[in-house]
Design a protein around this ligand. Structure first.
Ligand code: ADE
Length: 250
């Protein structure tokens, strides 16, 4: 997976992704990261990349020219012929989900366009952007953190990035269920014991208990996910029992 990030703050992206699992994945070349500073493509002697909005209003707007040239720079490196997803991070986009992460993880290259100020001139967005994505209904100061959130979620789905491939399959949101609770040593902590079944060594019973816990947890915390979950009749009834009344009204 090759990430290309168009940004005014390349060091924020580089430092943010350099550590831990993603850092290791980059060392192993499973992931590459190229940042392009939009400011390097400024068309003005003060290296400015923003200007006042036509029609007036608060704030500044990023100009189309530098963004387009920064994109062309990336385009040349990827190869002109290849189709290329260009993701613009904006609170106006589709809200990012695990399903979208799975979809994007299939690509060989991804371009992230990070805006600042009051946004980017609409004309260049129309020209280059294929996907507009939001990471949730709140407004951040720029697209850098959202792009990092997306790269983190996508990277762990790239084969070889996580040491254990199974964990990506049984974790939260797979099958639209939240993950079951986990325990490790000691067997007793502050008077609380690890559920007996987990010590039984009986894998069939353990799997059944975990599945049940996933259903109950999803019903209690995220009943909205149950619409898309594939459940047996018995699991549906179990879920129904645990959906809290407050959540039902929402
Ligand atoms: N830019 C500012 N806020 C954002 C958000 N919530 N998601 C994606 N990009 C953003």
């Amino acid at each position: 997976m090759n990430y290309h990030v168009l940004t005014l703050f390349p060091e924020m992206i580089e430092q943010g992704l350099n550590t831990s699992i993603l850092g290791r994945a980059m060392e192993k070349n499973l992931i590459t990261l190229q940042t392009t500073n939009i400011r390097d493509f400024s068309e003005n002697k003060h290296m400015k990349v923003d200007d006042y909005p036509y029609g007036g209003g608060a704030g500044m707007v990023m100009q189309a020219g530098p963004v387009y040239k920064a994109y062309q720079h990336v385009r040349e490196q990827v190869g002109e012929g290849k189709s290329l997803r260009v993701i613009y991070l904006t609170p106006q986009g589709n809200v990012f989900t695990q399903g979208m992460a799975e979809e994007f993880a299939k690509e060989e290259d991804l371009v992230f366009l990070c805006g600042h100020y009051e946004g980017i001139d609409e004309r260049v967005l129309e020209e280059i952007v294929t996907d507009q994505v939001s990471i949730g209904d709140y407004v951040l100061t720029g697209g850098e953190l959202p792009s990092m959130v997306m790269m983190d979620a996508i990277s762990r789905l790239v084969p070889g990035v996580l040491n254990n491939d199974v964990s990506a399959e049984i974790e939260s949101f797979h099958d639209n269920l939240l993950e079951y609770p986990q325990y490790t040593r000691p067997e007793e902590f502050m008077g609380k014991k690890v559920p007996e079944v987990l010590l039984s060594g009986h894998h069939g019973k353990i799997d059944a208990w975990r599945r049940e816990q996933s259903v109950i947890r999803t019903a209690k915390r995220r009943p909205d996910l149950l619409k898309e979950a594939v459940l047996t009749d018995q699991e549906r009834r179990l879920a129904e029992k645990h959906v809290e009344d407050v959540k039902r009204i929402e």
